[in-house]
Design a protein around this ligand. Structure first.
Ligand SMILES: CC(C)=CCC/C(C)=C/CC/C(C)=C/C=C/C(C)=C/C=C/C=C(C)/C=C/C=C(C)/C=C/C=C(C)/C=C/CC(C)(C)O
Ligand SMILES: C[S@@+](CC[C@H](N)C(=O)[O-])C[C@H]1O[C@@H](n2cnc3c(N)ncnc32)[C@H](O)[C@@H]1O
Length: 390
């Protein structure tokens, strides 16, 4: 006879244990006792710090935003400086600059040096060498405007315009079932496509680094990057796999940008074909044994995402491969990135959700793919990866 507990019993035990644990944690007497007792004090301090970070995260993010917008990260990267030079660069008074730099130093963005001088801190250095992360910090002004009243945002109809859905014009089109902007070459949509394409191009390097380290692209003959933007991913992969034939599919306004950036690239242009249309309405081009969807599926709700997977399946030859690269929910060491950051980001955008690899796997199966597997990336927080075969 097995003495293992069945599922409902285990669930009941877990619930009782969590109930007991939380009653203990909420007891002022337990909190006082554990803060005073030498063996539990380090745990209490660490949990209090974590709780404080949850409370103050927005203020920390705004300190970082001020350093980036005020040019202080750039200045500190040039070498140590004094407060007056920083004040000059940021266009702030001396007292305000000192307040900001002290805040930045407490967060690891800056660091103090003897003689009241300042230099980059460790986290400041990691961010300074990452133009994509810096572009996202600037872009967060839109996200934080939408999140100023989080309950109002969550109560509102997701089809209502938001700062983020105005920025990502195609996302609102996808959510409302409209024809995606730019499909008919509508001149009014070209500036919107240029703005979001520039942000995507700026942040693409950190993503392509992850995928190129995780997957051998040179085992394929031809790759079609669906939703490929202005071609930063195609260029990175084309450089790493010099024999690979390349294709890019996107909305017309975006493909026009790709033509400008890639058309004159002597390494890429001779093996590149550009295709425009809507992946939610049109068939995808054939003749590619690898299709990539990089930061695409999480933009779309389940029905359009499944429609897109079916279109990819139909365009691939027998034995063909789909590579999905995007930040995924439940990522190792990045649970908050998936469900808290992208969960709310994509809610504010009005379309899409972060998915767990198993959820993507189930969608791949129902789109007709024969098999799928997750492949590890160095930084799942930046990008996870799944390979599926026809
Ligand atoms: C040498 C010494 C002293 C010590 C050695 C110890 C050691 C090894 C230290 C390590 C130091 C180090 C190398 C640190 C590296 C840090 C890294 C790699 C940091 C990376 C940070 C990346 C960040 C912050 C990325 C942020 C990305 C964001 C916010 C992306 C947002 C994307 C969005 C909103 C996308 C939107 C697209 C849409 C609409 C969803 O489709
Ligand atoms: C989040 S961006 C990702 C761009 C690029 N793959 C990257 O990672 O940098 C989404 C891309 O999908 C394209 N897109 C959105 N809806 C589309 C549609 N219905 N048909 C074709 N492309 C579309 C957008 O124009 C944009 O370039």
């Amino acid at each position: 006879m097995s003495n293992r507990l069945d599922l409902p019993q285990r669930a009941g035990l877990k619930e009782r244990w969590i109930g007991w644990r939380n009653r203990l944690l909420m007891s002022p007497r337990f909190q006082q006792w554990s803060a005073a007792f030498p063996l539990t004090r380090p745990i209490v301090r660490a949990r209090a710090r974590r709780a404080f970070d949850l409370v103050a995260g927005f203020a920390y993010a705004q300190v970082l935003a001020a350093c980036v917008e005020g040019g202080l990260l750039d200045l500190l990267a040039e070498g140590p400086c004094d407060t007056a030079a920083a004040a000059n660069r940021a266009g702030l008074g001396l007292a305000a600059t000192e307040r900001l730099l002290r805040a930045a130093a407490s967060l690891g963005i800056a660091e103090t040096l003897p003689g009241e001088r300042w230099t980059l801190g460790m986290d400041g250095a990691a961010l300074q060498c990452n133009p994509g992360a810096r572009a996202m910090i600037r872009h967060h002004a839109l996200l934080y405007a939408d999140l100023a009243d989080p309950l109002a945002l969550l109560r509102a109809d997701r089809k209502e315009p938001t700062a983020l859905s105005d920025f990502w014009t195609y996302a609102r089109a996808s959510a409302t079932g409209m024809v995606p902007p730019g499909r008919r070459g509508d001149a009014d949509n070209a500036p919107a496509a240029t703005a979001y394409s520039a942000l995507m191009a700026a942040s693409q390097a950190m993503v392509s680094e992850q995928l190129i380290a995780a997957y051998k692209f040179n085992r394929h003959k031809a790759m079609l990057d669906v939703g490929g933007g202005t071609g930063a991913f195609v260029r990175a992969v084309g450089t790493a796999a010099p024999e690979l034939r390349l294709g890019l599919f996107d909305l017309p306004d975006v493909v026009a940008g790709a033509e400008t950036t890639l058309g004159r690239d002597a390494l890429i242009a001779p093996r590149l074909s550009l295709h425009n249309g809507s992946f939610l309405h049109d068939a995808l081009p054939t003749g590619f044994d690898l299709v990539t969807l990089v930061r695409i599926l999480h933009d779309h709700d389940d029905e359009p995402a499944l429609r897109l997977l079916r279109a990819v399946r139909a365009a691939l030859p027998p034995g063909g491969t789909l590579l999905i690269g995007e930040p995924m929910a439940g990522a190792a060491g990045g649970a908050a990135m998936g469900d808290a950051y992208f969960g709310l980001y994509l809610w504010a955008m009005g379309s899409g959700r972060p998915r767990r690899p198993a959820e993507l796997g189930a969608m791949l199966r129902s789109a007709g793919f024969a098999s799928w597997k997750e492949i590890p990336t160095h930084l799942p927080l930046v990008c996870g990866a799944i390979v599926a075969r026809v």
